[in-house]
Structure formats: structure tokens, C-alpha cells
Design a binder for this molecule. Structure first.
Ligand code: PGA
Length: 269
């Protein structure tokens, strides 16, 4: 069985005090006997990664002096919201994958629809970021999804397949053996409107079929998350669909009680 993943995308919200208080509350609610069986990841703004790492007990997953990956003291893993496709140099405002790994990140979101639409990230940029992340042992969470207009004109599958094929054609299917995909219909993000479990399941199954047409084993191990107005009261139903392996949570990840409840809904026990 695939271990579910619940990832919180804080977007551009929070400060140091918020970070400490939210994480203290999450550790209280999910630590000890309440520890969820799913993987839990939080993706705060980059400037809060260090504060988050400290609040989680000093280290999440970083490197020791020999450069080996060492598991940290917390079960909550850290992710970033985007990454540069470049390694180092004159790229004002950007953050290199090595910097995110050094700050304790194990994951990074790439291709979120807000980055695609507001910052002009095309498929080729997303693929380059994905590749750069993996070169530094960061697990990419690749976001794909259609707009309302695309859904209404019946091109949902075409759009999703274009976004995933861009990656498969450039990096090969093996790149998905250490990655996560998040299906996020753009019309459901931050709108309060959620895809029904049946709508989401249909797209998730098609994504898995597309990957399976290249490699069955990679497809069966691939975690495909749903994102778009997931809340405590709809998470369990969404997560019970056979091809929905957890969620990428925006607004509800900013409330400790909501996010903790979603993590419990993602637990396979
Ligand atoms: P939402 O955002 O849960 O607030 O809809 C999801 C996302 O953008 O990842």
C-alpha cells in the first residue's frame, strides 16, 4: 500500500511567531500516540524555514558534516514552495536547490499553478526546476491541473497529459520514482469549491495510467495528491478514493486544528 502524504502549502503567509505557534500546536496534537501514519510535510515561505526547523526540534532532514542525509528529530518534514533551476550565481532573488537542502528541506513544490500563471513558469521551466531539485536529493512535488475554462471545454486530460509528458519526455519515467505529483484543478484552489472524489479520482487514475504506459512499477508506487480546497470535513472522503494518495493543502494548512485533522484523515490505520 502507498503511504499517504499530507503536505501544507502556506503560500505567502505567516511570520516567525505564527510559525512557532502553529508548529508547537501541530506537534502537540500529532506527536506521541497521535502520530499519523501518513507522511506530513509543511512548506512555509523560504524565510521561515529556519524558524520552522528550530520549532520542529533543531533538525528535520539535513546533512551531517560528512554530507550524509540524516533523519532529524521530527516526523514533520520541510519543503519549499519553489526553487531555482540554477545551481549558483547571478540570479537575484532566487534560491538554489542546495540552499534549500542546507536549510533542512527534503521536498520542494514545483509548477504550482500560481507560479505558472502569475510568474510565467512554462512546462520547460518546471521540468528544469524538477531536475535541479532531484540533483540535490530534494523530492519534487510536481503540480498539474486545468483551469475552469479548460475543464468546461473538455480539455482537462489533454492539459494534464501535456504537463506530465513534458517531464516524461525530458527526464524519463524513472524521474517519477522519487517524486510526488499533485493534481490541483485551478478552479478549486482557494475558491472553496472542491473537485468531487469522483472527479478527482478520474484524473488521478488517468495520470497513473499515463505513467504506467511507460513503467508499471513506477506508476504503482507513485503518490498522487489532490489539492484544491481540501478541508478537515472533506479530506477523508477524498483520500478514500483508490488513486488519491493524500493532499496538498493551502488555506487549511494555516490552522493547526484543521491541518491536524487532515493528517489524521490521511492515516492509513
Ligand atoms: P487551497 O490551496 O487548499 O487553499 O485551495 C491548495 C494549493 O494551492 O496548493
Amino acid at each position: 500500500m502507498r503511504t499517504k502524504v499530507v503536505a501544507g502549502n502556506w503560500k505567502m503567509n505567516g511570520d516567525q511567531a505564527f510559525t512557532r505557534s502553529l508548529l508547537t500546536s501541530l506537534l502537540d496534537q500529532l506527536g506521541g500516540d497521535g502520530r499519523p501514519s501518513c507522511e506530513v510535510i509543511i512548506c512555509p515561505p523560504a524565510i521561515l524555514l529556519t524558524t520552522a526547523r528550530e520549532a520542529l526540534g533543531g533538525s528535520t532532514q539535513g546533512s551531517n558534516a560528512l554530507g550524509d542525509r540524516v533523519p532529524g528529530s521530527s516526523f514533520i518534514q520541510l519543503g519549499a514552495q519553489t526553487v531555482s533551476e540554477h545551481e549558483v550565481g547571478a540570479f537575484t532573488g532566487e534560491l538554489a536547490p542546495s540552499m534549500l537542502a542546507d536549510a533542512g528541506c527534503s521536498h520542494v513544490i514545483v509548477g504550482h499553478s500560481e507560479r505558472r500563471t502569475l510568474y510565467g513558469e512554462a512546462d520547460r521551466h518546471v521540468v528544469a526546476k524538477f531536475k535541479a531539485a532531484q540533483a540535490h536529493d530534494l523530492t519534487p512535488i510536481l503540480c498539474v491541473g486545468e483551469t475552469l475554462q479548460e475543464r468546461q471545454s473538455g480539455t482537462t486530460q489533454v492539459v494534464i497529459e501535456r504537463q506530465i509528458r513534458a517531464l516524461l519526455n525530458e527526464l524519463g519515467v524513472a524521474a517519477l520514482s522519487s517524486a510526488i505529483i499533485a493534481y490541483e484543478p485551478v478552479w478549486a484552489i482557494g475558491t472553496g469549491e472542491t473537485a468531487t472524489p469522483a472527479q478527482a479520482q478520474e484524473v488521478h487514475a488517468r495520470i497513473r495510467q499515463l505513467v504506467a504506459s511507460r513503467d508499471m512499477a513506477v506508476a504503482s508506487g507513485l503518490r498522487i495528491l489532490y489539492g484544491g480546497s481540501v478541508k478537515a470535513d472533506n479530506a477523508a472522503e477524498l483520500f478514500s478514493a483508490p488513486d488519491i494518495d493524500g493532499g496538498l493543502i493551502g488555506g487549511a494548512s494555516l490552522k493547526a486544528d484543521e491541518f491536524a485533522a487532515i493528517c489524521r484523515a490521511g492515516s492509513n490505520r
